[in-house]
Ligand binder design. Sequence first.
Ligand SMILES: [Zn+2]
Length: 430
Amino acid sequence: MASINKVTWIGRLTGPKGEIAYRIITEVAPHFPAITFTIVGGPLSERFSIAAGDNVLLSDFIEDVNQQFQESDLVIGAGRVALEAMAFGLPVIAVGEACYIGAIDDETIDEAKATNFGDCADQQDWQALRLIDDITRLVSGEKLPLEKYTDYLADYRIYKVAPQVMHCYEQAMIRATLARFAEVPVLTYHRVLPVAPQGSKFNVYVTVDELERQLTQLKRRGFQFVTFKDIAQGLKPTKPIILTFDDGYEDNYLYLLPLLKKHNAKAVIFVLADDALTNNRWDIELGEPEAALMSSEQIDECHLSGHVEIASHGLSHRRLTTLTDDEINFEVSASKQRLEALINDEVVSFAYPYGDCDQRVSQAVAAAGYRFGVATISGPVKMADDLMRIRRITMFPKTDGFKFWKKTSGWYLRYCKIKGKDFVNVSGRS
Ligand SMILES: [Zn+2]
């Protein structure tokens, strides 16, 4: 490898990207006085020019990135910059606004691809020392497998990269919308019935009257009934609440839908996409009374009403953590495809049956293209912190007045956490 004299970093100088540039200028460049670090990006500000030492060049955005690459021995960047530098045949150290990947080789390429070269992942702090180490290794002659970079890029024909990159930016937008809220109440309901059912073991119902009182109270308190899809589509609510109904019972169509219309409210219904499944078989086996599920026509009618987001609860209510990778992929992808074909619209959220999920399951849900993975009583208090493990508040019958107000107060999850209530990392009924 040619010796490394010129290192280029390209990106915006604002936000998290700007912080990376600032750390390169202040923490990394001083270790390599013989190397010139060119920081390409804007808007340039005094903070950067004051911090820049003799071996740092600050350059505003440039038209011709290739020209800059021609003058570089090594590129530090993420996302598209990393891809283009690799296509140019330059060694790349990937550092994105979410995480540090490192020098691109056989060991790091998978993580690089999974995170858009460090831009899309859970936020992880990184030490400048890692970047200093990586540069030192390359300076002292260690070679990166540049001949393999073309293979690495084979996945990145534009038609493949574009949706992936779009998805990444859209998730960032959703997180930004939700980051303003310490807690967004997401309520979990199941059945809605005129009278309490006989012999229910799990108490997975509310009566029509109870639910109507709750809707009325929420409206009076100024809540906006929103869906996950509303947020995915860019809605920026000021006081959101999300009502979710699991399993897709026929009573949702018979009794919930009219209530939503009457109160101009919205809800998310997580339905099972296996149309051979017509009742709550998985609960009947445990002694719960039989309950019919919605037909395809009823599901579609809910969707067309404009009051319901139809979302996926998988195909047949299986515990996903007990399945093989292929089985999980089938549950999450096939259910999405079938529901999208049925309602002729995108399905953006997935609720884990029994709230049962681990990292393997939530990654499969994200990889299938869902924007929200909805758990029961696991996940962080703040929704924006993990969109693939959204914590909900379970609703039981006879939750009236003060108890209901408390559950929807906007501080209930933090209260539960202090009390240790519902804050074990386990599954709940879903
Ligand atoms: Zn369920």
